[in-house]
Design a protein around this ligand. Structure first.
Ligand SMILES: NC(=O)c1ccc[n+]([C@@H]2O[C@H](COP(=O)([O-])OP(=O)(O)OC[C@H]3O[C@@H](n4cnc5c(N)ncnc54)[C@H](OP(=O)(O)O)[C@@H]3O)[C@@H](O)[C@H]2O)c1
Length: 311
């Protein structure tokens, strides 16, 4: 069965749901059985598991009877251990850093991201990006280029001067960060830069209310409808968060180390879309609050809106 995909501005088709190797227990077991059902993997230099990812990809594709080329692979150039306070990658070290990633992965990634705007040396974002463009032009990498955790000021610096626009910005994205993200999403939309959402289940898993916050009841209602209309199959609020991302045209990056949740992630891909009313109501309600689970990058010099965390 063909899985839902999202087409990027350069024509690259990306599975709408990706398996993230950078958080939770799934980080320790980079791909596991998820790969048999989810055909996209998100890793990074900063997760220190590119080699293990390559190994588990090999094992996973054998299990699934597919080839490694069938898996959409994303990696990121990162600061050491992904630490936002660690020194970035010096311009003169970037080529070697990318080549080392290629060697660890044992294949070309489909997408190469700059993990956050603090990876390039301060004030050198454009020069940094131009090196990635050169690596693409000389054939060292075949990947599409993207960014992660980019704020408005980062795009304002980069976009007027780049040859290849980033095709995605991987950011924490769900209804509770929309008010904060509005200025970023406006720029991204003007330049056809897609959202890749990390932490897509944050409203359900991490909101301090432990009940999903204000959108909790809406997620539950949509889950019940989908279950009822799809033969009683189990659908939960976390799965609805992924469907909301898909409806908004965002790639969702999730993961699990729990067989039941892995099965739900796989099943989410086969569920029909939320209705337009469900998508709008979740959005309208979600944007009245501000809650972010990951604030180490996006809140630097880009203050969060003055909204309550809960209603
Ligand atoms: N670019 C960046 O700066 C950045 C930052 C953060 C993350 N990321 C990427 O995004 C990936 C995903 O981030 P995330 O972990 O925050 O995503 P998430 O989708 O919000 O949360 C994933 C967690 O959800 C749990 N889960 C899965 N299905 C569930 C279900 N049906 N019900 C309840 N819980 C469920 C899993 O735990 P169980 O194991 O218990 O199932 C897993 O640990 C990371 O691995 C990484 O690749 C990137």
């Amino acid at each position: 069965m063909s899985l839902p995909t999202i087409t990027l501005s350069d024509g690259l088709k990306v599975p709408a749901l990706a398996w993230g190797n950078g958080s939770g227990n799934a980080r320790k077991t980079p791909v596991e059985s998820g790969i048999t059902a989810i055909k996209a993997v998100d890793t990074a230099q900063g997760y220190n598991n590119e080699e293990e990812t390559a190994q588990s990809l090999k094992e996973g594709v054998q299990l699934a009877g597919i080839s490694t080329g069938d898996i959409f692979l994303t990696t990121k150039v990162s600061t050491e251990n992904g630490d936002p306070n660690a020194a970035g990658i010096a311009l003169e070290d970037l080529r070697e850093s990318v080549k080392k990633s290629l060697a660890r992965l044992g294949r070309q990634p489909d997408l190469l991201l700059v993990h956050n705007p603090f990876v390039p040396p301060k004030g050198k974002l454009v020069e940094f990006w131009k090196i990635l463009e050169e690596l693409k032009d000389d054939g060292t990498i075949t990947a599409s280029l993207g960014v992660s955790n980019f704020r408005p000021q980062d795009f304002e610096e980069l976009l007027p001067q780049c040859k290849y626009k980033p095709v995605v910005n991987q950011i924490e994205y769900h209804p509770y960060v929309l008010a904060h993200l509005d200025p970023i999403l406006k720029i991204m939309s003007e330049h056809s830069i897609r959202v890749a959402s990390y932490g897509p289940m944050s409203p359900v898993l991490r909101h301090p209310s432990k009940k999903g916050g204000p959108i909790g009841p809406l997620l539950k209602k949509a889950a019940e409808r989908l279950s009822r209309e799809n033969g009683g199959v189990e659908v939960d609020a976390a799965m609805v968060c992924l469907l909301w991302c898909r409806a908004k045209g965002a790639i969702a990056v999730s993961a699990s180390a729990n067989p039941q949740n892995i099965e739900k992630l796989a099943r989410t891909q086969t569920l029909p879309d939320l209705t337009a009313d469900e998508v709008d109501e979740i959005e309208r309600t979600g944007r009245k609050v501000h809650f972010r689970a990951y604030d180490e990058h996006m809140c630097v010099d880009f203050p969060a809106p003055d909204l309550p965390q809960d209603l």
